[in-house]
Design a protein around this ligand. Structure first.
Ligand code: HEM
Ligand code: SF4
Ligand code: SF4
Length: 698
């Protein structure tokens, strides 16, 4: 099932990657830098955020005013910075989501990669609240809705004894301290955790790409600037708690779950969030990646050169003090719990050479499942079956093997395929071996397309090794005209490895020119390059701006008003207090003598709210506190028809069940005819001093 989802995801990603490769080229393809781009957008957010903070006032009145000042009076700096701050945060969510989806669909989350995956999940729980607290700080109508709904969500958790949402129902309850707390969370608390989280997330990866290439940074910044100037981020009106805006421009990147609160109870929303998180946590083991034997070091052939440790993409190799008494300083040691069995270390080991005559081919480091010796044996076997003037041997990583086989049916006797685990497993000396022994006329090394190697660096290291820029170099005597790399596809050959094979076959020099070493051919520049790049940035910017405020969210339906029931009231004690007799008092130690014996526990409080006789809300709320001795909290937001109507609220705190009963049977009640305008907000409170209900319509 998950396999089918992965295949479907790949089918969506692959064409997009091909198009982007055509414009950006594989070195700059944004899909290869999704994690790094996310970090980069956070940098923009940080720098623009510092600017905003300089002018931000952490108070109920000052917050909105200071943001308005920045947006309108200082639009050329503050306004642009505000928009950049918003849009870069949104862009970070897009790249983050694509990052997660891509790691999953390309199966880069199982095996030792579970660590990056599992440490990634809590990052979501940091990033989203970071955005939410940001929206909160602006203190406009959207902020009010976010504050109220977040508080309703938090109130569901058994953390606070008092209702937090109550703070957002009238201006006089809200304090400046709250803004200081939000500013602390948004500017210091959550970002610090995020930095730590990202550090942990990439901890186990060797050479994580945390910065995208400069050209991508410049392009992404320009795209964000463009959307900021064309479509500045604006506040959505000053908060007026007596009036509910009918609709709001919602940032769907951060506030996606909030509209669910209109349909579901907070419990269901928490259930969904917890369920998705738990599912994400276990995905790396659905099913577990097993049955692969890790790389093994053969000390007899290891000279401690450390190339394998440098090249291992997963940090699975460390160089440690020599244990076999040989004259070398160190030896390679593989941590089998980190090894992904990619074979890239064999490709980097100078002792993995097929030219050995006197000793068996046993490199310093090898993969038991597919040893260098078995590779040489296999290529000798298949090359014997090759015939013709332009015989081509294709080394292909297993992920590509199937497609290559299908495509290279072109000419079976002239083409042969040898599977390796990853392109990076092939030591360059094997290429020299094949060509110098005339086992084939040309070689194609095929790897993951688009420069996006399944094992992170396999294709990159191979490109560098054969172009003699990274050890072990391909020997100078090898004529690279006879070599093609299957991921550096010329644009004429967009269709895949089959085309690379054909292109190489056609370009092969027929006579062997021993000492010619021309450079590897540069991929042709596509005339679509600039249009593709511009369209990609424009689409990205438009997408960022679009979901940032649109589609608008209908907070309350047309012709409706809002009623909030919000109060706490302690039920009566479960039984009456009893005066102790003198005899009983005498028995007690002097410091514990109280004239009355009162039970701590209180009765639940029952509340009924009716409009024109119809019950809109009814609850029997237990007291808070572990001993059941606290007040019962009543909080509920209801949507009611606007217009004239007869409202009734009744409460019993004495344990009697007054379900639907007449008003007089309630311990407290209030009924009143009110005329509610559409969008009006009425708050039902209980005045503890006067011991009576109040309908507040201010
Ligand atoms: C703030 C959010 C995140 C940032 C900034 C981030 C960034 C990164 C970076 C820079 C890398 C290294 C990429 C490379 O060099 O190949 C990486 C790897 C990875 N990330 Fe994330 N990531 C984030 C969230 C997540 C989440 C939520 C998940 C999944 C639930 C995830 C899954 C992975 C995996 C599986 C890898 C390992 C890839 C590999 O081994 O090839 N990341 N991330
Ligand atoms: S590359 Fe080979 S020789 Fe060098 S340290 Fe690794 S195993 Fe030893
Ligand atoms: S097989 Fe790959 S992951 Fe394992 S040690 Fe070698 S390079 Fe590292």
């Amino acid at each position: 099932m998950l396999g089918a989802v992965q295949k479907f995801g790949q089918a969506l990603f692959t064409p997009v990657r091909r198009i982007l490769n055509r414009g950006f080229g594989q070195e700059l393809n944004p899909l290869n830098y999704l994690g790094a781009l996310t970090i980069y957008f956070f940098w923009i957010v940080l720098i623009s955020g510092i600017w905003l903070f300089i002018f931000f006032k952490t108070s109920v009145v000052g917050a909105y005013e200071s943001v308005e000042y920045l947006t309108n009076e200082q639009w050329y700096t503050g306004g642009v910075m505000r928009s950049l701050h918003r849009y870069a945060s949104d862009a970070a969510i897009i790249t983050l989501l694509l990052h997660i989806i891509k790691e999953f669909v390309y199966d880069r989350h199982r095996g030792m990669r579970w660590f990056s995956w599992v440490t990634g999940v809590p990052l979501l729980w940091l990033v989203i609240p970071l955005g939410i607290t940001g929206y909160w700080l602006v203190w406009d109508q959207l902020a009010w809705y976010v504050a109220l709904t977040s508080a309703e969500l938090l109130d569901w958790l058994p953390i606070f004894s008092e209702s937090m949402a109550r703070n957002f129902l009238s201006d006089d309850v809200l304090s400046d301290r709250f803004f200081t707390l939000m500013a602390f969370l948004h500017l210091i608390g959550l970002p610090l955790f995020l930095v730590f989280g990202i550090w942990l997330h990439v901890l186990r990866i060797n050479g994580p790409r945390i910065n995208p290439p400069r050209a991508l940074m410049a392009g992404s910044l320009a795209a964000m600037m463009a959307v900021s100037v064309a479509y500045p981020a604006l506040s959505q009106g000053e908060v007026d708690m007596s009036q509910v805006p009918s609709s709001l421009g919602l940032d769907w990147y951060y506030l996606l779950v909030y509209p669910l609160m209109k349909l579901w109870s907070p419990g269901w929303v928490w259930g969904l969030l917890t369920g998705v998180s738990l599912l994400l946590f276990v995905v790396p083991w659905l099913p577990p990646l097993g049955g692969k034997s890790p790389a093994e070091v053969d000390l007899d052939n290891c000279n401690g050169c450390a190339r394998c440790a440098d090249d291992c993409p997963f940090g699975a190799i460390t160089m440690e003090a020599r244990t076999d008494g040989k004259a070398y300083e160190s030896e390679a040691v593989v941590d089998s719990t980190l090894c992904m069995t990619c074979g890239i270390c064999t490709g980097s080991c100078p002792t993995a050479t097929p030219f050995r005559r006197h000793s068996a081919l046993s490199p310093g480091i090898d993969i038991p499942d597919l040893t260098a010796a078995s590779l040489r044996k296999r290529l000798l076997e298949v090359s014997e079956r090759l015939h013709g003037e332009r015989r081509i041997l294709v080394f292909t990583c297993r992920d590509n093997a199937k497609s290559v086989r299908l495509e290279s049916d072109l000419n079976k006797s002239e083409t042969a395929v040898v599977d390796i685990i990853c392109a990076g497993q092939l030591p360059p000396s094997f290429i020299d071996f094949v060509l110098s022994r005339d086992l084939a006329d040309g070689i194609v090394v095929a790897g993951c397309p688009g420069g996006d190697c399944q094992y992170r660096f396999g294709t990159e290291w191979t490109s560098l090794r054969v172009s003699r820029q990274r050890d072990p170099h391909l020997r100078k005597r090898v004529n690279t005209d006879r070599l093609a790399l299957g991921w550096e596809q010329p644009w004429s050959g967009l269709g895949g490895i089959g085309n690379v094979v054909s292109a190489l076959r056609e370009s092969l020099p027929l006579e062997v020119l021993a000492d010619i070493t021309p450079p590897l051919p540069e991929p042709a520049v596509s005339r679509w390059k600039i249009p593709i790049i511009l369209t990609a940035y424009a689409l990205f910017a438009a997408f960022v701006g679009w979901l940032s405020v649109w589609p608008r969210f209908q907070l309350i339906d047309e012709g409706k008003a809002m009623v909030s029931l919000s109060f706490s009231h302690a039920g009566q004690r479960i039984r009456e207090c009893r005066r102790l007799t003198q005899e009983e008092l005498n028995k007690l130690p002097p410091n514990m003598r109280k004239p009355e014996d009162c039970p701590r526990e209180r009765l639940p409080v029952q509340v009924v709210f009716r409009s024109d006789g119809d019950i809109l809300y009814e609850v029997n709320r237990r007291p808070t506190g572990i001993w059941g001795d606290g007040a019962s909290n009543i909080y509920r937001r209801l949507s009611v028809d606007a217009g004239k109507q007869h409202l009734f609220i009744g409460m019993t705190d004495s344990g009697a069940d007054n379900h639907g009963g007449p008003a007089g049977e309630f311990d407290f009640h209030l009924e009143q005819t009110v005329d509610l305008a559409p969008g009006q907000h009425l708050v039902v409170e209980f005045d503890d001093i006067k011991q009576s209900f109040v309908f507040r319509q201010d």
